[in-house]
Design a protein around this ligand. Structure first.
Ligand code: FMN
Length: 203
């Protein structure tokens, strides 16, 4: 089983999402034979997509200018890594009610016409149908109540974009609230570990 392990927290020490995405990897390792490709979005900084990129992404392969081909190199390499994985583990915090901009840039670079999705006679067709994804989302506040649910722009967004590229097997595990001290955070971690077991047993 090939695993792409992504982290988006800007904190290298004390990050709850990093700790728990690593815990998930460790649990998975106990049950499955895995190889790991590590993508740390805090240290492997990705540049925002550009005008040249937007032009190049719609040009069929073999017809790119040298400049366009060069512009797509990072994207192509990231798409290869995504395509190669059977399982994608995403550890991410909530920042300003959404995903970190580093994770958004990664998404901008891997959602590629002709690679991760196709435009067919019947509409868009995602090409990542066989992948399993787990999103491990740490957040300062909880969003379970009716009046706060609408402020969680991580879940709906990721469900939409992962669905767009064909992923149906996706799990969300939340670590919250992390704003209210050690006890609440530890409780969230314990709950998450239980969910990890259930998910891994199903895989
Ligand atoms: C720039 C920034 C923005 C944040 N915005 C939110 C937010 O909108 N909602 C929320 O619940 N927590 C927010 N937080 C808190 C983080 O989601 C929380 O501390 C989380 O545990 C961080 O993940 P980490 O421990 O993996 O770094 C924010 C933190 C930072 C640094």
């Amino acid at each position: 089983m090939k695993v792409l392990h992504i982290d988006a927290s800007l904190r290298s020490a004390g990050s709850v999402s990093r700790e728990m995405s690593q815990t998930f990897v460790d649990h998975l390792k106990e049950k499955k034979d895995i190889t790991i490709d590590r993508l740390d979005l805090a240290t492997e900084r990705l540049d925002h997509v550009t005008q040249l990129y937007a032009e190049a992404m719609y040009v069929p392969y073999g017809q790119h200018t040298e400049e366009q081909a060069k512009e797509l190199e990072t994207s192509d390499a990231l798409v290869d890594r995504v395509m190669d994985a059977n399982v994608i583990i995403i550890g991410t915090p909530t920042y300003n009610f959404g995903i970190p901009s580093s994770l958004k840039t990664f998404i901008d670079l891997v959602v590629r016409s002709g690679r991760t999705f196709m435009y067919t006679e019947t509409g868009f067709e995602g090409q990542l149908k066989d992948k399993k994804v787990i999103v491990i989302n740490s957040r300062g506040l909880s969003y379970g109540e009716e009046e706060t649910k609408g402020n969680d722009h991580v879940t709906d967004y990721l469900k939409t974009i992962l669905g767009f590229v064909g992923i149906t097997d996706m799990q969300f595990v939340y670590l919250d609230p992390t704003f209210f001290g050690k006890e609440a955070t530890e409780h969230a971690k314990t709950k998450a570990k239980e969910q990890f077991k259930t998910i891994i047993n199903r895989w």
